[in-house]
Design a protein around this ligand. Structure first.
Ligand SMILES: Cc1ncc(COP(=O)(O)O)c(C=O)c1O
Length: 406
């Protein structure tokens, strides 16, 4: 699908699908069970766990947006991650990146500890890691790009080439960019996973997930497991998530325009030692981002100069950013990964993933960016009023800061 008709698909899929009354918006089907048309003659649906209209409309729209063949809607993003592990037997090896989402890391390591799969943790941003796949002979390679929270990029095409050469499948967690800004299947990825809780729903009021398979066969196998283990999503959640999906592209346009400006602001702040945003030319993988992404996204992380106390003081002084986990909603959220999203990781693994006491992650919302920057500025001033420099105070938005979008 061309980038230019993504909004059309997101807005129109399922419109006028109601055969009974011609409702423009797909109606909500809450019924858990469906009457048979005749003896031994099922209609489209028989039981709510196995199939539901609202889930199907959402799954079809996401499948089309990702360029796959079959999608499955799950109750949460973690249910989507877990669903993919059903493809593995106890003697199959899963390769994961060392800096994947903390919840995924916890799930994979817990399954491995119980002997349900074998696990190898690698830094998949490094080409030498890919050379190890031949020796490891994995069944599945997991990638998450950009990674959470450091926004490191993995070269999707390079991983797919190396993994497919040894007969492994590749699954990509595409939560951070959504189908509006990255389509891993176009680079040969076999399975795309989303926490739809984030950008796809976009309003911080539904927890959900999706798995999209590149082939019908793989999609059918995953759909069979989703019904079998009972992790399919609720109809009302699917209804709301489809409503969120309608505005995905316009929301992301604003998210990333704001994120780019905030990243530029942070980069020149004397209170910041390092900014992580793929849209900055200083990002080591800026060129890779331009190659495999359709935009740079709405997530920005940075290290504040100081220590844990500095982070705490800064974070609790802000007014326009809610101190909260999660991401991808219209409102700006800020979090301290070491004590929040990544607290479940073992300390050593967390440090190796670059998640220290001074790391701060922002899910940039779609508010007026001047208000967000002014709030960050007063937050920095709170750390040490005497050091609020003229530089930080003089940052002004200019037309040169406008980013090219789509
Ligand atoms: C990248 C990523 N994948 C998966 C998940 C899990 O999703 P959920 O919280 O919807 O279960 C999250 C949650 O933050 C995430 O950030």
């Amino acid at each position: 699908m061309s980038q230019s008709n993504k909004s059309t698909v997101a807005v129109r899929h399922g419109i006028e699908a109601d055969k009974a009354h011609g409702a423009v918006v797909p109606p909500l089907y809450l019924s858990t069970t469906y009457s048979f048309a005749d003896f031994d003659t099922k209609r489209d649906y028989d039981y709510g766990r196995s199939g539901n209209f609202n889930r199907d409309v959402l799954a079809e729209a996401l499948t089309e947006l990702e360029g796959g063949k079959r999608g499955i809607i799950t109750a949460t993003g973690m249910a989507a991650v877990h669903l993919v592990t059903q493809l593995l037997n106890h003697d199959d090896t899963l390769v994961i990146p060392h800096d994947c989402y903390g919840g995924s890391y916890r799930l994979f390591t817990s399954l491995a500890k119980r002997g349900l799969l074998k696990l190898v943790v690698l830094d998949l941003t490094q080409p030498q890691s890919l050379a190890k796949l031949e020796e490891i002979q994995p069944k599945l390679v997991w990638i998450e790009t950009p990674s959470n929270p450091i926004l490191r990029l993995t070269d999707i095409e390079a991983v797919v080439t190396a993994a497919h050469a040894v007969g492994a499948l590749v699954a990509a967690d595409n939560t951070f960019l959504s189908p509006a800004l990255q389509n891993p299947i176009a680079f040969g990825v076999d399975i795309v996973v989303h926490s739809t809780t984030k950008y796809i729903n976009g309003h911080s009021d539904v927890v959900g997930g999706a798995v999209i398979a590149r082939t019908q066969e793989l999609g059918d196998e995953l759909a069979w497991w989703a019904n079998n283990i009972g992790i399919t999503g609720a109809p009302f959640d699917s209804y709301l998530t489809l409503r969120g999906l309608r505005t995905l592209k316009v929301r992301l346009r604003q998210h990333q325009e704001n994120a780019q400006l905030i990243a530029q602001y942070l980069e020149q702040s004397p209170y910041v030692s390092q900014v992580y945003y793929p849209g900055l030319e200083s990002h080591p993988q800026h060129e890779l981002a331009k190659k495999q992404q359709l935009g740079f996204g709405g997530m920005v992380s940075f290290d504040i100069k100081g220590n844990l106390q500095t982070s705490a003081k800064f974070l609790t002084s802000l007014k326009q950013f809610s101190l909260a986990e999660s991401l991808g909603g219209v409102e700006s959220l800020i979090c301290h990964p070491a004590t929040m999203t990544h607290a479940g990781m073992e300390p050593q693994a967390r440090l190796e993933a670059g998640v220290g006491d001074t790391l701060i992650r922002i899910s940039v919302g779609i508010e007026d960016v001047q208000d967000l920057i002014a709030d960050l500025e007063s937050g920095f001033a709170c750390i040490d009023e005497n050091q609020a420099t003229d530089d930080a105070k003089s940052f002004k938005l200019t037309p040169a800061h406008t980013v090219a979008l789509w």
